[in-house]
Design a protein around this ligand. Structure first.
Ligand code: SF4
Length: 362
């Protein structure tokens, strides 16, 4: 018999308002957990109860698909098998193993948090919610996920999958981007969580959203909670959720220099307060207003979050004076320095333009 956390959790975490409409019959809740037991994907971070590894997976999974994360996760935890190993690594080394995953601020926060855990939490991801929330890069979702999955504590999660499942299960017609709606859904998630199996409950909701209650054409016939689903009963499963209109992308124009010498390329360590890719190595950026008058040798388009970047690459002589954050890097070592997909696109585009024009590399 599964014991549910109703009332208790709400009292502890607050937020009673409006949760009455988010009720799920006990039978449906049991079916969801049994469905998860029999259908959950075989994922590497599900084979461990190590809070550190679960935390790494949760950070990698933010904004990134499971199939993309798997090889990165495997390489990362092989290289940094413990929080101590991650804390002891250099920032550049950590970024190198994050290379290609994007959203690099996640890697930097993870690294800073690992050092903080070594300093203040005896090397163990904290089991207290408030302490977990105090770590860099750990928000309510991540704290809830790690504490429930690794330590069996009844803290809920609310990500895009869970919000979509709730919106359909409870036929919620309001815009999910609305802050008041999100507050209400967090309270509902607290109300619904299983005290006995909080980690499985949270993962079951997310797995249902990922595999069955998918954004387009939900597979209601295979859904373990279809009998309790109000959207399905009212024929609204394809109309919900209301996510509002997508904000338009923000156009950004950047310019950078391509300066080579003796088989080496000039790179710049970007300032920590750079708008994009702070602290990364990249081609030296210049103000678009100072870009050379000639046409760029290459133009690359790339998206970072909601910014649509158009990057012009200009061939240039070595700038004088030579700034201290510039460095000559041999071509065979560029992969270790240029970890962002933006710079990989530049290198790939430049190599193919060289092949087609048959001009010398430098
Ligand atoms: S019945 Fe359909 S819409 Fe309702 S929760 Fe299941 S998959 Fe989603």
């Amino acid at each position: 018999m599964v014991e549910w956390a109703r009332g208790k959790v709400i009292k502890r975490l607050g937020g009673k308002d409006n949760v009455k409409k988010y009720k799920l019959p006990e039978a449906a809740r049991g079916r969801l957990l049994r469905w998860f037991d029999g259908n959950k994907r075989d994922l590497p971070w599900r084979k461990t109860s190590d809070a550190y590894k679960i935390w790494v997976s949760e950070i990698m999974l933010q904004q990134t698909q499971v199939s993309t994360v798997i090889p990165f996760y495997r390489r990362f935890v092989e290289e940094f098998p413990t929080c101590a190993a991650l804390a002891a690594a250099s920032g550049d080394r950590v970024l190198q193993f994050w290379s290609g995953l994007g959203y690099y601020s996640r890697a930097r926060s993870l690294h800073r948090a690992a050092r903080e855990i070594m300093r203040n939490h005896a090397g163990r991801f904290p089991s207290l919610f408030g302490a977990a929330l105090g770590l860099p890069g750990v928000g309510r979702y991540t704290a809830g996920a790690v504490l429930s999955i690794a330590y069996g504590k009844p803290f809920p999660v609310l990500d895009a999958n869970v919000m979509r499942v709730f919106a359909r299960l409870f036929a919620l017609r309001r815009n999910l981007k609305d802050a008041a709606v999100q507050k209400e859904l967090w309270a509902a998630a607290e109300d619904l969580i299983s005290v006995e199996r909080p980690g499985d409950w949270n993962q079951a909701l997310m797995e249902l959203g990922a595999l069955v209650c998918v954004p387009e054409n939900p597979r209601c016939r295979n859904c373990p909670v279809r009998g309790a689903c109000r959207a399905r009963r009212r024929g609204l499963e394809n109309a919900l959720p209301d996510t509002g209109k997508k904000p338009a992308g923000v156009p950004v124009v950047l310019s950078c220099l391509l300066a080579g010498q003796g088989g080496k390329l000039l790179l710049e360590k970007r300032p920590k307060d750079a708008r994009f890719l702070p602290g990364h190595w990249g081609l030296p950026e210049i103000s678009p207003l100072k870009a050379p008058v000639q046409e760029p040798v290459l133009t690359v388009r790339h998206c970072i979050t909601r910014h649509n970047i158009r990057l012009g690459v200009y061939r240039s002589a070595v700038p004088k004076p030579f700034p201290s954050n510039y460095r000559w890097v041999a071509r065979e070592n560029l992969d270790r320095y240029l970890v962002s997909s933006l710079w990989k696109k530049v290198l790939a585009g430049y190599s193919s333009s060289l092949k087609s024009s048959r001009s010398p590399a430098e």
